[in-house]
Design a protein around this ligand. Structure first.
Ligand code: MN
Length: 741
């Protein structure tokens, strides 16, 4: 195994002075040893007798941080910053002291790391959010000025995580782990320092979910025992294959860490056995062409799993990662992932931006050419964070947008082009789509997450790369409002729903207007209602339709406005007749022993009987005979009103239509109204009037007046309505109409 990979310095308590110098000299022979020695001694003196929770002297911590930085082959300024990173915060030392002894560059770096450390990322007290917003701006600014600040901070955090078990408070251990998992590990991934990222993740996981951590490691032990023979056999076979082809290659196996496996189980909803790449072989060669040669050899010798082949050499990951990944079927159809890359790609994969510090022209420093080779400017990767900040003016507005209180509770996701989109935890692809652009959100119909199509309700995870599938017209869907976590998405969805609802009311209103005209034997057109619009105080036909559809404007009023002066046109008269069977028509339809011709008769308003209902007549002084349904509540309470007459419907009533009322509770979602009106239409009911009362954001109460032939017909319509997915309840409306309206 490559020596570089071993940056684990946790076995020794801390590095001796000469050990640290040796470590650095190994990759930077011209290192300023005096400077290093001076920083080492200064740190130990400055921290003096301070102690760590582990019982080590405090200075063991900065020394170990410097050691981790040396493992990443960072420049001497970074190593010194590692040694000095806590002196401004925790000792008497001042910026001027550090600047005088170690120069402005190191002093600035130390100051930057100190500022990052001061950022409070958990907000127990909302009144301090402002301060926190400003801190976060400092955080972003500090790391955007010099990426070394972030690298040192990450190494600082890594060492603190490695010694977190000594922290006495469980609550603090959890908070620090959560913060590490949510902020520091994603930042490490973002700048490509995979080595640090995966260790940070694993250590956080261990503290946050010890039982899951343990159980996965147990499974891994079993898996290892099972696969040991097969892996070594495969290793020999691969070695032979390379030798035969005369390819010089370094090979080693790498096992996924517990957290990476856990995340895969969670994200893909699969079992441990189905994780295909627990173990992968890495084949490291000299140049990119050789990678493809090796790939050719493998695919000739073994069957590959086509869906699992990825070419990150021609299309690198956003953080600069390059490699070929393929999964082959080995002996006994065992799946085996193989990653093929050059040594340089391996270096970038392991050390990320840190790989861009190199020895050149007798100095060891950041090497722009080397950076260019593998994706260019390392700061490019954190720039979107800076932009996010710049776009939002002052600190408060930034807080509003970035929702800093969610920063600890945030997921970092990426567009396919690698742009960072930060979202609150629990966000779904719909939030993502709206964060990209309102148009993208409005037309979102699906999502591909990490190259797999996933349901839109999927909760996004750190590092997810999301591609939004877009449809044609904006189409709000039932329940989406409950699936989003951002205010932006929620308000956009509400607007979309409102728009769509208005469209539905307009359509229904236009239909009602058309019907009304047909009753007058006139063809309806928009041009024929120009005057009517003015008369009723509307500007656009759609406004009138909407009012009609919602029942805010009655058909009767509408028709009187269309045909002014013709108070009693045939249609208006007919309409009036059909509101309920009136006195005159009741006589035609109702028969009964006690009824004498000439007696005034009318159908009661409380229960509005329709043909087919069992009815009784009540002889009421001064009113004649009032007809109620047998189960009418008003009737039950008004025994003293007069004599009951046993009456029934005449046959003629069957050929008439009467008006009935239905009340329905309908889900407040797009498509619901259209569905309800369609059901009524298909069942042969003629919709005369709709009245809508919004009871809650989730439900509408609607009252329909519709023409039916008899009560059986009405029951059929109610049954059909109840069968609709949108209708929560539907029933015939009897009793006090006025209250219902
Ligand atoms: Mn520290």
């Amino acid at each position: 195994m490559n020596k570089q990979v071993d940056i684990d310095t946790k076995k020794a308590t801390y590095l001796r002075q000469y050990e640290l110098v040796d470590l650095v000299r190994e990759y930077d022979p011209s290192v300023d040893e005096n400077l290093l020695n001076k920083a080492y001694v200064y740190a130990t003196k400055a921290h003096g007798a301070q102690m760590r929770h582990s019982g080590d002297p405090y200075y063991a911590h900065p020394i170990q941080v410097a050691g981790i930085l040396a493992g990443l082959h960072m420049d001497v300024q970074s190593i010194c910053t590692g040694l000095l990173h806590d002196v401004l915060e925790d000792t008497e030392a001042t910026f001027e002291d550090v600047s005088g002894l170690f120069g402005e560059e190191i002093a600035q770096l130390v100051d930057g790391v100190t500022k990052l450390g001061q950022v409070e990322l958990s907000v127990p007290n909302p009144s301090r959010q402002r301060r926190q917003a400003e801190n976060f701006q400092k955080f972003v600014l500090a790391m955007s000025r010099d990426v070394r600040v972030l690298i040192v901070k990450l190494c600082d955090r890594l060492h603190n995580m490695r010694t977190l078990q000594y922290h006495p408070k469980q609550e603090s251990r959890e908070r620090i782990s959560r913060e590490t998992l949510d902020i520091y590990a994603p930042l490490a991934r973002r700048i490509g320092v995979d080595r640090i990222c995966s260790e940070l993740e694993d250590l956080s996981f261990q503290h946050l979910n010890p039982s899951a951590y343990e159980s996965i490691n147990k499974r891994l032990d079993g898996w290892r025992a099972d696969q040991k023979a097969a892996i070594s056999q495969m290793s020999v076979a691969l070695r032979d294959l390379m030798d035969e082809a005369g390819i010089e290659a370094r090979m080693y196996g790498r096992e996924k860490r517990a957290y990476a496996i856990w995340r895969k189980l969670q994200r893909q909803g699969i079992g441990f056995e189905d994780v295909a790449d627990i173990y992968a072989f890495r084949i490291l060669v000299d140049k990119p062409e050789t990678c493809y040669r090796v790939l050719g050899l493998l695919h000739t010798e073994y069957r590959c799993v086509p869906a699992r082949f990825r070419d990150f050499i021609s299309v690198p990951k956003p953080n600069g990662y390059q490699s070929l990944h393929t999964t082959i079927l080995g002996p006994e159809n065992r799946r085996l992932e193989i990653q093929i890359r050059t040594e340089r790609m391996e270096d970038v994969a392991e050390r990320g931006v840190a790989a861009h510090w190199a020895y050149k022209n007798e100095s060891y420093a950041y090497d722009p050419e080397k950076a260019q080779e593998s994706g260019g400017d390392p700061l490019r990767r954190i720039r979107p964070l800076v932009e996010m900040m710049e776009q939002s003016g002052d600190a408060d507005e930034f807080l509003e947008h970035a929702k800093l209180e969610m920063f600890t509770d945030q997921v970092f996701t990426f567009t396919p082009k690698g742009d960072l989109i930060s979202l609150p935890r629990g966000a779904t692809p719909i939030d993502f789509a709206y964060a990209v652009h309102t148009d993208v959100g409005d037309t979102c119909i699906g999502a591909v997450i990490n190259n797999r199509e996933k349901p839109l309700r999927t909760r996004l995870q750190n590092g997810d790369v999301i591609k939004i599938i877009r449809g044609g017209d904006p189409e709000p869907q039932a329940g989406w409002e409950n699936m989003v976590a951002t205010g932006k998405a929620r308000s956009a969805l509400r607007r979309l729903t409102r728009d769509r609802e208005a469209q539905e009311f307009q359509r229904i209103g236009a239909m009602l207007a058309d019907h009304a005209f047909a009753r007058e034997d006139k063809d309806f057109s928009e041009s024929s209602i120009g005057d009517t619009l003015k008369r009723l105080g509307f500007k656009e036909p759609v406004e009138l339709y909407e009012a009609l559809g919602k029942g805010e404007l009655s058909i009767k009023k509408f028709m009187q406005a269309v045909f002014p002066g013709r108070e009693s046109t045939k249609a208006i008269q007919e309409y009036a007749n059909r509101e309920f069977i009136t006195d005159s028509t009741a006589k035609l339809y109702v028969k009964g022993d006690g009824l004498t011709s000439g007696v005034s008769m009318h159908l009661s308003d409380c229960c509005s009987p329709i043909p087919g209902d069992r009815i009784v007549g009540v002889q009421t002084p001064g009113k004649g005979v009032v007809i109620h349904t047998i189960d009418c509540d008003v009737l039950a309470e008004s025994e003293e009103m007069g004599d009951w007459l046993d009456i029934g419907w005449r046959r003629a009533a069957q050929h008439a239509t009467s008006t009935a009322r239905i009340t329905a509770t309908v889900e407040h979602v797009p498509g619901a109204l259209a569905d309800v009106t369609k059901i009524i239409g298909e069942a042969g009911g003629n919709l005369i009037k709709i009245n809508t009362l919004q009871r809650s954001p989730t439900f509408f109460d609607m009252i329909f007046d519709l023409e039916v032939t008899d009560n059986r017909h009405l029951m059929q319509i109610i049954a059909a309505l109840r069968a609709s997915a949108y209708v929560v309840a539907a029933q015939r409306l009897t009793g006090d109409y006025a209250a219902a309206e």
